[in-house]
Ligand binder design. Structure first.
Ligand code: HEM
Length: 165
């Protein structure tokens, strides 16, 4: 039987070595935490904050449905959409908005240039559509900041959509 002192058998390493081991372990833990935080999660992880404000992909489906119904009911825009396929348009818009908001979606529709090439769209038509989109977002209760985020990301598309100057 022997008395245990800090430097005897119970602690195989001298204290300065133990301290080094602890430091190494702590550093490793800290590194781990940083890496886990920094690495992107799986594709179907939490929607981005921007997308969350729209209620995720299903919120965007409801918004695009509301939007297309309003486009078809708007006297200025209805003529453009008289031959459209609302079901397809709603799906394509929801997917496109989702991609624009960095969501986990795929847009497999036409390019903006191709799909609007023959429609003879002018600046005032474009502005009217933006106004209707704002009305649809208001109706769906999308927060103002999130509305602006989506509009700001769609705005540059005017270059491909407007063909009448
Ligand atoms: C930033 C503005 C706009 C965006 C993001 C947008 C987006 C889209 C998308 C995603 C499609 C579906 C393409 C496909 O079927 O593959 C589409 C089609 C269409 N867009 Fe736009 N568009 C915009 C502006 C406009 C404007 C200003 C008009 C007319 C005033 C317009 C009229 C149409 C029409 C008539 C179609 C075809 C619908 C159909 O054939 O069912 N778009 N647009």
């Amino acid at each position: 039987m022997s008395a245990r002192t800090p430097s005897s058998p119970g602690h195989a390493l001298p204290c300065w070595k133990r301290a080094r081991q602890w430091r190494a372990a702590l550093t490793l833990c800290a590194l781990h935490a940083v890496l886990l935080g920094a690495l992107p999660g799986p594709a179907h992880a939490e929607p981005s904050p921007a997308l969350q404000a729209f209620g995720g992909p299903s919120g965007l489906q409801q918004l695009s449905s509301e939007f297309v119904d309003r486009l078809k009911a708007d006297a200025r825009l209805a003529p453009f959409f008289k031959d459209s396929n609302p079901r397809n348009l709603k799906k394509q818009l929801a997917d496109q908005f989702c991609v624009v908001l960095e969501g986990p979606c795929v847009y497999d529709g036409e390019t903006m240039k191709n799909s609007h090439a023959d429609l003879k769209i002018g600046r005032k038509d474009f502005n009217a559509l933006v106004e209707v989109l704002q009305q649809a977002m208001d109706a769906r209760g999308v927060p103002f900041a999130a509305q602006n985020q989506l509009l700001a990301r769609l705005a540059p598309m005017h270059r491909d959509v407007i063909t009448v100057h």
